[in-house]
Design a protein around this ligand. Structure first.
Ligand code: ADP
Ligand code: MG
Length: 369
């Protein structure tokens, strides 16, 4: 095979992934009602790439991420990862696959065992997978702690003795223990303060470059993903609606939902951050709207939208949209962009600040606090 072919080929492909949960009881031969958490999602991630998956709460982001790492089995579709394939009906070969693809949870306080020290939490996967000989385990744990910017002495601390940012670093070290090539970060910074968010994003960026990782970065907040993504995939009610290079959705959103999400980027108002919302509620995934799933909330809908499900269409190189009206979606007004820029500029500034700090010993100390 040509060198170039392996370099550019996707390291991971999700092919028509779906997860339907049976809900309610089955009676008198009535067919079971299904909740369509994820309903036919396909995407690729290249080696060393960060793809962000964004959308409102409940649209199926976590379910998608969990199927990739085999925490959940798909109802249909499959995943291709490093030449292996797993999906609906395939027997789990979890140990082999799951070592190379790891998951970082939103709330490390919930995912870390409160009775385990940070060192034990990071060492556990090492012993489960027999990664290093017993005698060398603590050396490796210390190495992993340092890799995520924590002092070795933190190995003895329990989760309640750590700050939110430090716990998330332990969660990342635990994921890195198995030397994965791919990490799924599910809202990994959503629970953190903006300044701590920037530190953890910066850490992920650095680790990605150092270790050549690929990332699927899940978030509900577009401002957070702007600075770490290579591409962004927007999800609505179990489906992808727009996929583009990271800068595109901000300057040139083509799906009315992406446009609406940009309006939902927290806007700083009198020093506080206020989140503007997309109008209306997300419909139930039990009985999703006919045609385009977004039509019930879409300001641009016409007759066809309620009747015909729009296919995903490539409208420019690397830019895919599923909307009948994408040609009529206006670019972001300057005012909207300015509001977005204030918030993301703050994250950007903090990222730069922490990059500078990372160089100095005093800075390192401050980052750990
Ligand atoms: P997101 O991460 O985007 O907030 P999720 O993937 O967590 O969304 O959930 C998508 C939909 O699937 C939601 O409506 C949620 O309530 C539903 N769901 C998630 N897990 C289950 C489950 N185990 N059983 C039934 N419904 C579920
Ligand atoms: Mg989620």
């Amino acid at each position: 095979m040509l060198e170039g072919a392996t370099m550019t080929g996707p390291v991971l492909r999700a092919v028509d992934l779906a997860k339907h949960y049976p809900v309610g009881s089955r009676w008198f031969g009535r067919s079971q009602t299904l909740l369509r958490a994820v309903d036919g999602v396909s995407f690729e991630v290249a080696k060393g790439e960060t793809l962000s998956l964004v959308g409102e709460s409940g649209c199926g982001k976590s379910t998608t991420g969990r199927m990739l790492v085999q925490l959940i089995d798909p109802s249909s579709g499959h995943v291709e990862f490093e030449g292996r394939q797993y999906g609906a009906g395939s027997r789990r070969k979890a140990l082999r696959i799951s070592r190379r693809i790891q998951f970082v949870f939103q709330d490390p306080y919930a995912s870390l065992n409160p009775r385990m020290t940070a060192g034990e939490a990071i060492g556990e996967p090492l012993s489960l997978h027999n990664m290093v000989p017993r005698r060398q385990r603590w050396t490796r744990v210390a190495e992993l702690l340092e890799m995520v910017g924590l002092p070795r002495s933190f190995a003895a601390r329990y989760p309640h003795e750590l700050s939110g940012g430090q716990r998330q670093r332990v969660g990342i070290a635990r994921a890195l223990a198995l030397e994965p090539s791919f990490i799924v970060c599910d809202e990994a910074v959503s629970a953190l303060d903006v300044s701590v968010q920037a530190q953890v994003l910066n850490l992920l960026k650095t680790l990605k470059m150092r270790l050549g990782l690929s990332l699927l970065f899940i978030a509900h907040d577009l401002a957070v993903v702007k600075h770490i993504s290579d591409r962004i995939a927007v999800m609505y009610l179990g489906r992808l609606v727009e996929v583009a290079e990271a800068s595109e959705p901000f300057a040139n959103p083509r799906h009315p939902y992406t446009r609406a999400l940009l309006g939902a980027i927290p806007q700083p108002v009198f020093g506080r951050v206020r989140a503007a919302t997309v109008g209306g509620d997300v419909p139930s995934p039990i009985d999703p709207p006919s045609g385009c799933r977004f039509h019930t909330r879409c300001p641009m809908k016409t007759d066809i939208c309620a009747r015909i499900d729009p296919a995903m269409e490539t409208i420019a190189p690397g830019h895919v949209v599923g909307c009948h009206r994408w040609r009529d979606v206006e670019p972001m007004p300057e005012a909207g962009r300015a509001a977005d820029d204030v918030h993301s500029a703050r994250i950007q500034r903090l990222l730069g600040f922490f990059q500078d700090k990372a160089g100095s010993a005093a800075g390192q100390q401050e980052l750990r606090s």
